[in-house]
Ligand binder design. Sequence first.
Ligand SMILES: NC(=O)c1ccc[n+]([C@@H]2O[C@H](COP(=O)([O-])OP(=O)(O)OC[C@H]3O[C@@H](n4cnc5c(N)ncnc54)[C@H](OP(=O)(O)O)[C@@H]3O)[C@@H](O)[C@H]2O)c1
Length: 255
Amino acid sequence: MATTPHRKTILITGASAGLGAEMARQFAALGHDLALSARRLDKLETVKAGILAAHPETRVELRTLDVTDDDQVFAVFRGFKADFGTIDRVVINAGIGKGAPLGTGRYDANRQTAMTNFVAALAQTEAAMEIFREQDAGHFVMISSMSAMRGLPRSMTTYAATKAGVAHLAEGLRHELHGKPITVTVLYPGYIASEMNDQVDPKKIKGMVSTEKGVRSMVDAIEKEKDSACVPALPWAPMSVVMKHAPLPVLKKLM
Ligand SMILES: NC(=O)c1ccc[n+]([C@@H]2O[C@H](COP(=O)([O-])OP(=O)(O)OC[C@H]3O[C@@H](n4cnc5c(N)ncnc54)[C@H](OP(=O)(O)O)[C@@H]3O)[C@@H](O)[C@H]2O)c1
């Protein structure tokens, strides 16, 4: 059995699939208890059943949550806090990968991405920080993306902007909380297999890794409470330098 971890109870949004579900499984294996939310309760129940089959000692509480419903975000976060007494870590993970080139009549898709990935992340941050300020303790984790490193073209433009936005939101908090007992981690995942990219041929995406491998790297960075991490580190840490600094003609050849 795993020893009791430092941050016992972890709240994860978007835990019904992909990276969120796999983080839940890997955190359970490390001895954490879990507060899991998403819109699809059936998928959450399946994740919970898998975790309890492997780690029966784990406490797993589930709540349905559409993160674009502000009132529900606050109610669900407060509900989890009431369930456990203390929430030690919050992972803001729920997100969508929709988008279309700007000015091509798909404001609906870009707006939905902005509302889910940025405005809803702001609501989740407010709700998490209410809990952490009251406890005077907690670990705040924001799931950004490698796409945050530079403005990106076409269907990625709005998505990349939301991911840069949430990274800055979390960095601002880190600045404010420096020296206090609330820590902030921002993760920049590269391509990791999940529902979000299951329509794309993995062979066509350079650097795509399995859900398990990619999430292992995420969980490792989170457990170490790193300030920021590109995950997996290879190739994404060196790639972040290229993405930030390459002249546009070079960048256009890469992506
Ligand atoms: N996979 C990658 O390569 C990659 C790379 C960089 C960053 N990321 C980021 O990692 C996070 C997880 O993505 P993923 O790849 O695991 O995607 P995914 O497999 O599509 O899973 C997305 C999760 O977010 C939840 N979600 C979506 N909209 C929601 C809403 N309105 N309210 C509540 N939950 C919602 C989904 O649950 P329900 O549908 O049940 O609500 C699901 O659990 C996202 O923030 C994504 O931007 C992923």
